[in-house]
Ligand binder design. Structure first.
Ligand code: G3H
Length: 541
């Protein structure tokens, strides 16, 4: 079978799908969580079609996997009222609960979450087309993130369980919650990235409204009960529907204190403008990126090719951290292209449940048309598709296209493709990729491939001021999650890592007193008799 024939027959018949994966499919999700109550919705619902198409008769068609509620503005505002009431100006049960008690709630939640792992992973696979294996990894990474967050919180609490005395003033400094947090995650990591804002927001004592992403909403169904039963009412509210219906009224209310969004700068900017008191709004944003790789003469080409393939094409290039443009030194461009194209063409492709599959259908509706338009635009302006001359598209499946030579007239040079299209340029002088980065709207990460320490050092110093992570002989990536994850320009606002996230969802607050006998007596009595949760020296082991 030729590559084109294989691509044309990539989609299964219903009978080819393993029965165990079809359990609970379609999932008709009617529940949503507001004020500690899972309510049943009988209004309009969003039909969910998987990126996995099914070819039962003749042409493959999107596979129907479920529905979720399309709530109205009034429900968003009810969720807001519930979160505001649960926060109660910082006097609610949750914001005043001890750190140890909040940790206890979260540990119980993790236990319940693990019980429903199989369903969450399966829905994740169906909803975004991520391989079953990688969907499982996303789940496990999220559990680890929560456990690491709780460990970091214990550390933070231990550090804060002491007094400082400076200039005759006694002070106890802790981190306190900020208020109501609106959390919205992306479709590519609908569980993990949403939870990297949700979990720190909750454990720091904030109350939350969560809107799952458009692709990756059904996977929240198995978690609703645990959220509902474990957290006090109103602390976590989960609403479903169109972002453009639900979110503007929340922002316009002025009652959202923190916006935690992993999405696009266009959405973030529009939402920020809707807040009537922008100075009261804190934002934690993970946005677009166009991370380049710079492959220098002298690089270990096997390693560079391997890392570039992973960097460009893990989850079909649908990662904000993906390598989205490759700059290769002119002396080695031919050999690099030859090996890179060969490695791309050797990737296994198919359905997400197939053992060892790497390339799967792309998640977003009409994405393949966008990718085709990028390729046609580049080809019209002189680029070639170097890895294949055959048809590369079938329904929602897009076989990776390596484009060379790319130049600044082409859309793919500028746009974040977020998919399996790989623009390659050659350069004579290393100032060319550096200039690209200087003039780019994005500033997340870069990968440098080379073996000469001097050459690499000469690039590190200018590039650490363009991006927030310079990777040497390694693809760009977010992990390990204890490392800071952020970006410059339109790529991010705020820093997310296990420990940084605890900081961005809280504010340093202190109790201070002049060191007089009366004040010493008051503080000693409060601490000794455990009269305050804030002014206390207890620590969690
Ligand atoms: O989409 C952006 C993700 O944060 C990427 O995470 O680099 O671990 O795949 P990752």
């Amino acid at each position: 079978m030729t590559l084109a024939e294989k691509i044309q027959s990539v989609f299964p018949r219903t009978t080819d799908i393993p029965k165990t994966l079809l359990k609970d499919i379609p999932c008709i999700q009617t529940g949503y969580l507001i004020n500690g109550e899972i309510r049943a919705w009988d209004g309009p619902r969003q039909r969910v079609l998987s990126p996995v198409w099914v070819a039962d008769d003749t042409d493959p068609k999107p596979f129907f996997i479920g529905e979720y509620p399309l709530l109205c503005e009034s429900h968003a505002l009810e969720a807001l009222d519930a979160a505001v009431a649960a926060y109660d100006h910082g006097r609610g049960i949750w914001p005043t609960l001890s750190v140890a008690d909040r940790i206890d709630h979260m540990e119980r939640f993790v236990f319940r979450m693990i019980e429903v792992k199989e369903r969450v992973v399966r829905f994740l696979m169906w909803e975004v087309g991520k391989s079953y294996q990688d969907s499982g990894k996303e789940f496990d990474r999220t559990i680890k993130y929560i456990n690491d967050t709780l460990a970091a919180l214990k550390d933070l609490d231990r550090i804060s369980s002491r007094f400082s005395i400076e200039e005759d003033i006694i002070g106890q400094i802790r981190r306190a919650p900020l208020g109501v947090v609106l959390c919205m995650g992306p479709f590519n990591y609908p569980l993990n990235e949403t939870f990297t804002t949700l979990i720190p927001a909750l454990v720091m004592g904030n109350t939350v409204i969560l809107k799952p992403p458009k692709h990756g909403a059904l996977l929240y169904a198995p978690l609703l009960e645990a959220f509902c039963q474990i957290f006090p009412k109103g602390v976590i509210n989960i609403i479903y529907g169109e972002g453009r219906t639900l979110i503007p009224p929340l922002m316009a209310s002025g009652k959202i204190n923190v916006l935690g969004l992993i999405g696009t700068s266009k959405t973030a900017n529009a939402l920020k403008k809707q807040h009537p008191n922008p100075n009261r709004l804190r934002c934690v944003l993970g946005l677009e990126a166009k991370n380049p790789a710079i492959v220098l003469k002298g690089a270990d080409l096997d390693l560079a090719v391997r890392e570039c393939v992973l960097g460009c094409l893990s989850f079909n290039g649908q990662r904000c951290t993906a390598l989205k443009i490759l700059f290769v030194q002119a002396d080695i461009i031919d050999v690099f292209l030859e090996r890179f194209a060969k490695a791309v063409n050797a990737l296994t492709f198919g359905m997400p449940w197939q053992e060892g599959v790497f390339i799967t259908p792309v998640a977003e509706k009409d994405k393949t048309s966008y990718l085709e338009a990028l390729v046609s635009d580049a080809v019209e302006q002189g680029a070639g598709i170097v890895n294949t001359s055959e048809t590369t598209v079938c329904g929602s499946f897009f076989f990776p296209a390596v484009l060379y030579p790319v130049n600044n007239k082409m859309r793919v040079y500028h746009e974040e493709q977020f998919g399996p299209v790989i623009p390659v340029l050659s350069f004579k002088n290393v100032s060319e990729p550096v200039d690209y980065m200087i003039h780019s709207s994005y500033g997340q990460q870069v990968s440098i491939f080379g073996s000469d320490p001097d050459q690499i050092a000469n690039l590190i110093d200018p590039l650490v001021n363009q991006v927030c992570r310079v990777n040497i002989n390694s693809q760009c990536q977010r992990g390990p999650d204890t490392f800071p994850f952020t970006g410059r320009k339109d790529s991010a606002e705020g820093t997310l890592s296990v420990s940084d996230a605890l900081r961005v969802f809280s504010i340093r607050t202190l109790v201070a007193a002049k060191q007089t006998d009366l004040n010493k007596k008051i503080i000693t009595t409060i601490v000794r008799d455990h009269k305050s949760k804030f002014l206390a020296t207890d620590f969690i082991l």
